[in-house]
Ligand binder design. Sequence first.
Ligand code: ATP
Length: 220
Amino acid sequence: MRIGLFGGTFDPIHWGHLRSAEEVREAFDLDRVLFVPASIPPHKRGQTQTPARDRLQMVRLAVAKNSRFTVSTVEIARPGVSYSIDTIRHFAEDQHQGDSLYFIIGLDAFREIGTWKDFAQIFPLCNFIVTSRPGNGDSNPLRGNSIAVRRLFCYDFKQKIYHHRCGTSVHFLKLTDFAVSASDIRERVKQGKSIRYLVPSAVEAYIKKQGLYRLDEGSK
Ligand code: ATP
């Protein structure tokens, strides 16, 4: 099995997330993409006010009709801050012989990977698929990373991928630009604006029913 792990805050999940997961699945011939909502994302600590159970429920609704997309509660079930090293270790230990793990991540987030807990220990455990973000034309996933990250890889000019000495690799995939973000959606809801066609209709209905994002972050 070729398994993609797609982590995020998903506050809320939107078509940008879903379309990028689909393009990655197709390009890398993945059997399954696991969406892994973070409980307490380290880089957004104190910023994410939406309860994990709501974010999880929205991801469940969004992927319900796609048999290749599933949701993992591994981070939500784990107490404390959601460090990727713990999640990746969990899946690496769980996989069967011959399985390959691919961690799917946007270019913006990958550039910060040098600040992640135990980042050097993550690279031998899985491959990375770094995806473009709208408005950023760069296609080199290692550019802009810290030296501590860059020195762990060598570039294969023929295959256009970065190899780690443990045999794993870092790939880049240019996605169809879909300039939507969760923060923009939250802001639209707060202002009473439409979010139709930015999120799946079941997610839109859930946000409405639960009254999410309507209050100022500070007044909660
Ligand atoms: P926020 O606006 O609150 O920062 P977000 O929309 O970036 O949120 P996250 O849950 O933080 O969503 O992102 C999860 C992953 O999805 C990240 O790797 C991010 O780079 C990627 N991603 C988010 N939005 C898009 C998009 N429109 N196109 C491609 N990738 C995206």
